[in-house]
Design a protein around this ligand. Sequence first.
Ligand SMILES: *Cc1c(COP(=O)(O)O)cnc(C)c1O
Ligand SMILES: [Zn+2]
Length: 496
Amino acid sequence: MQVQEFPDNLKPLLLPRPRGHLVYRCLNCRTELPIDDLAYTCPDCGGVLLIEDLAFDRLKEIPGPVWRRLFDHRRMLNLAALRGIFLFHELVAPIIPLEDVVYLGEGHTPLVAANETLSQRLGRPFFFKNDGQNPSASFKDRGMASALSYLNHLLNQGRLDQVLAVCASTGDTSAAAALYSAYLSGRVKSAVLLPQGKVTPQQLSQPLGAGAMVLEIPGVFDDCMKVVERLARDWPVALLNSKNAWRILGQETYAFEIAQAFDWRVEDLAVFLPIGNAGNITAVMAGFIKLLELGLIEVLPRIIGVQSEHADPVFRYYLEAESESRVFRPIQVRPSVAQAAMIGNPVSMPRVIALSERLKELSGRELKVVRVSEQEIIESMLLANRHGHVVCTQGGECLAGLDVAVKAGLLEPGERAVLDSTAHMLKFVDFQTMYFNDSFPPDFEIKVKPELQNAPDLVRPAGVDCPGPGRPLNGEPLERFVDAAAREVAARLGLE
Ligand SMILES: *Cc1c(COP(=O)(O)O)cnc(C)c1O
Ligand SMILES: [Zn+2]
C-alpha cells in the first residue's frame, strides 16, 4: 500500500525520521555515557549498560490507540527498512535513519496455537512463537539486526571505517553475527569464539559458511565470554554478545510482536522464555514495560523464565523469597540438551534484577523462574514435535516449564501461555538422534522411553532383484521389485 492511501492522521507518522536522545545507562551507578562510542561496561564501576532514550516522553504525546493503529497499518507498507524489527522504529533505535537499516528478513515470526491434544494435556490453551523461523534460525537475529544497523550507521557516517566484530557463543549468536556481518562484508569482518566441542554441527556450519573466522576455545561458554570481554576491553573490536546493549533493543521486538498478535491485549498471557545469558528475558521485560508506558497495552503479561537443572543460577537466585536476602552466585554448568542456554554466569543478571523490580512496581508481580530436568526438556521437545510443532530443545524447555508452572499453581485459571521456541529444531537434531539411539553420555541423566523413540526401517523384499547404487532396474525386474516392495510395505502398515 502506498503512503497516500493510509488514513490522514497516520500519514505523517508512517515513515519515521531519526529522533530521540539515546544514551548508555549503567545499571549499577547510573552513570550516563554518550551513545556515539561503542561501550559495553561502565568505565566507572564495571557495571552492565542498557540504552535509554532521554527524550522518551515525546512518544507519550501520541496516544496509545494511535500507536496501535500506526504499528498495525505500518505492516501494509512495502518498505524493506520497516518490514523487520524496525516496524517498531520509534521503540527500537529511533536515531538510526531508515537508509542505514540492515534487513535480512528477521522478526514477525509465526505464533502457532498449540495442537488441541497437547493443550488438553497441559490443561490450558497455549501458543508457540517460532523464533527459529528467523534468517539464521534463532531469535538472535533480532538483536543482530539492531546492532549491525547501528554499526552500519556509524560506518555510513564515517565515524568508523572498518569493524572487526567478535562474539562468544553457545552457537546461535555466532551464526547470527556471522550472517549479518557477511551482509556488510568489505566493511565488517567477524570472528566468533566457540567452546570447543560444545556447539552442534549445524550451528558450527553457519559461521563457517558465512565466512567468519571461527576460533575454538577449550572450556564452556562462560570461559569464551571472559576472553571476548577482555578483547573488547583492550582491543578495537565490536562486541556482538548481548552484553552489547544494542542487541537488547532489537530483541524487545519479540514482546512487541506478541502484543500485536493479541491485538494489544496481553493481560491474560504468561510468556515463557528459556534463560541462558539472560539477554532475551531482559529484552522481553524491557519491551513490555515500554508498551505499558506508551499506553499500547494496559496491563503487563506474566513473565516466566525457565532453566535446566544443569544450568540454573537464575532459578537459584529467585529461590530466596525476600529480595534483600538474595545473592547471585555463578554456578558450574553440566551438559544440557538446552545447550544454547547452558550458561552458569549470565552477563545480563543485573539487568534481570533491575527489570524484575520494575515489573513488580508496575504490575505487583515480579519475574518467576521455574526449573526443569533434562529428561523433561528433551521429552517435551519430542512431544511438541509429535503434535505438529517445530520446537527446539529450548522450546521444549519452555513447554516443560509450562507444565511445572501449571502444576505449581503459578498461572491463574484461564490464563494462556506463549512459549518461545528460540531456534529451529534442526539445529539441535543431534540430541534427538542421541535420544532415538539411546546414546546420551551418562552426565546428561536422560533415560530413553521406547514409545518416544523412532528409527527408519529398511524394506528390502526377499526373492526379487533390488536396485542398488549404479545398478538401476528396468522392465520386468523393476515391475517385480515394485510389486514385492509394495506388498511388503502394505504388510508392515497392516493394510488389508
Ligand atoms: C541464546 C539462546 C538462548 C538463551 O538466550 P539468552 O538471551 O542467552 O538468555 C536460548 N535459546 C536459544 C536457541 C539461543 O540461541
Ligand atoms: Zn557504573
